[in-house]
Design a protein around this ligand. Structure first.
Ligand SMILES: Cc1cc2nc3c(=O)[nH]c(=O)nc-3n(C[C@H](O)[C@H](O)[C@H](O)COP(=O)(O)OP(=O)(O)OC[C@H]3O[C@@H](n4cnc5c(N)ncnc54)[C@H](O)[C@@H]3O)c2cc1C
Length: 375
């Protein structure tokens, strides 16, 4: 009988094992931490210099819950723990912390230094019989006294997080709020595909959320930092509004006289054509009032239906309801001996080292809870 089984050897599961090497990890992939290796473009932006209060404000989800988790193990604590594992932090813009040497593999390998026991296999189902959890895997049955679900959400399924963790949580009676891609490229209707490959600095609004930054136009819509950030605030079939450029109608008509609209605008002609269609080829001096209105609204308030694209999402909005988890232990309020860490929980943060900070902090809280049980 295993004392504590961690289902999922990703960021959260490995962080917990680095404090608590007596745990056994059940990992479906051939190696642990496959998503960790991709983080930060292969350099792993493993936390952010921001304090817990500042961080909590940027997350979606139950704020009181998120605050408790982030205060219990702050970015200073994460940096300190990695220092003990031989990782020197380097701070970059926007407080982003990377390992010196810029290699995500160093982070993954540091977490494996305690040589936790790893069983390779996929948890297919789970139930509790008396005090014992029974986990069926493709390679046989495992029994454990305590189980930590650290299977991630359903983003980047090629790294192992295929959403099967949600099924395990449901089997134990937990509520899953609808998973939806976050930090994802966005499909737009109408798309701007004629300008595919063009980059722009924009501001974007979705409901009450607003962000500024760079985007790149794709075949289906938009990607790039500002698109990823706003995708966290989208619900299915939301509309977004993009400001590509603010220009006064009078400036356009008076100062650009004989030029065509696309030559008068300080933006790549392919983008003005995609936004304005045949208006882009008209001479500025000949534009009617309605045409000027149309140009102004397309450039400064381009509206489109928006849908976050699952393929390419870096995170998942939705997951196990935080109201069913005690933030002091990360233990289930429904099933004794069951714990949750990382992306499986209904919480999501922006880019910048926030998601990993939450995964690590939630794992640390479980370590403390297990330590107090085992004393
Ligand atoms: C391309 C990319 C770049 C990113 N960059 C950053 C960054 O720089 N900074 C940042 O803070 N965040 C980043 N993130 C987000 C971050 O990687 C996640 O928030 C983090 O990995 C979540 O950790 P986790 O342990 O919850 O899940 P994961 O790391 O996804 O690990 C889950 C593990 O569980 C295993 N598993 C799943 N189901 C089962 C099952 N049924 N049985 C057994 N094992 C199972 C999987 O194989 C996997 O190993 C990035 C994400 C992506 C996709």
């Amino acid at each position: 009988m295993i004392d504590t089984l961690i289902i999922g050897g990703g960021a959260a599961g490995l962080y917990l094992a680095s404090f608590h090497p007596r745990c056994v990890i059940l990992e479906r992939g051939d190696e642990c931490g496959r998503k960790l290796l991709l983080t930060g473009g292969g350099r792993c932006n493993y936390t952010n210099a921001a304090g817990p209060e500042e961080m909590a404000l940027l997350f979606n989800g139950n704020k009181a819950f998120i605050r408790k988790v982030l205060y219990a193990h702050t970015s200073k604590d994460i940096i300190a723990h990695f220092r003990t594992l031989g990782i020197t932090p380097v701070e970059e813009d926007r407080g982003r912390i990377f390992p010196k040497g810029g290699d995500a593999k160093a982070i993954r390998d540091a977490l494996l230094k305690g040589n936790p026991r790893i069983i390779h296999g996929k948890a297919e189902s789970i139930r509790k019989d008396g005090d014992v959890f029974i986990i069926e895997t493709g390679r046989g049955r495992i029994e454990a006294r305590r189980v930590v679900i650290a299977t991630g959400g359903d983003s980047f399924p090629q790294t192992g997080s295929d959403g099967s963790g949600y099924r395990l949580c449901r089997q134990l009676g937990h509520t899953i709020s609808q998973p939806y891609p976050a930090l994802a490229p966005i499909a737009l209707t109408p798309s701007l595909s004629a300008a595919e490959g063009v980059s722009a600095s924009v501001s974007i609004k979705a409901g009450k959320a607003r962000t500024e930054g760079d985007i790149i136009i794709t075949r289906l819509g938009i990607s790039g930092p500002a698109a990823l950030d706003i995708s966290r605030h989208l619900s299915p079939d939301d509309e977004i509004e993009i400001c590509f450029m603010r220009i006064s109608k009078e400036t356009l008509r008076m100062s650009s006289g004989g030029k065509t609209v696309k030559n008068a605008l300080a933006m790549p002609p392919r983008l003005s054509e995609a936004l304005l269609g045949s208006l882009a080829d008209k001479r500025c001096a000949s534009l009617s009032r309605q045409e000027l209105d149309r140009i102004e609204s397309q450039l400064s308030r381009f509206k489109a239906k928006a849908k976050a694209i699952r393929a390419g999402a870096m995170n998942t909005k939705g997951g196990v309801s935080a109201s069913e988890i005690d933030p002091r232990t990360m233990g289930s309020k429904l099933v004794e001996g069951l714990y949750f860490a990382g992306d499986i929980i209904d919480v999501d943060g922006p880019t910048g080292g926030y998601s990993l900070s939450f995964a690590f902090a939630s794992a640390y809280i479980i370590h403390k809870a297990l330590e107090s049980i085992c004393l």
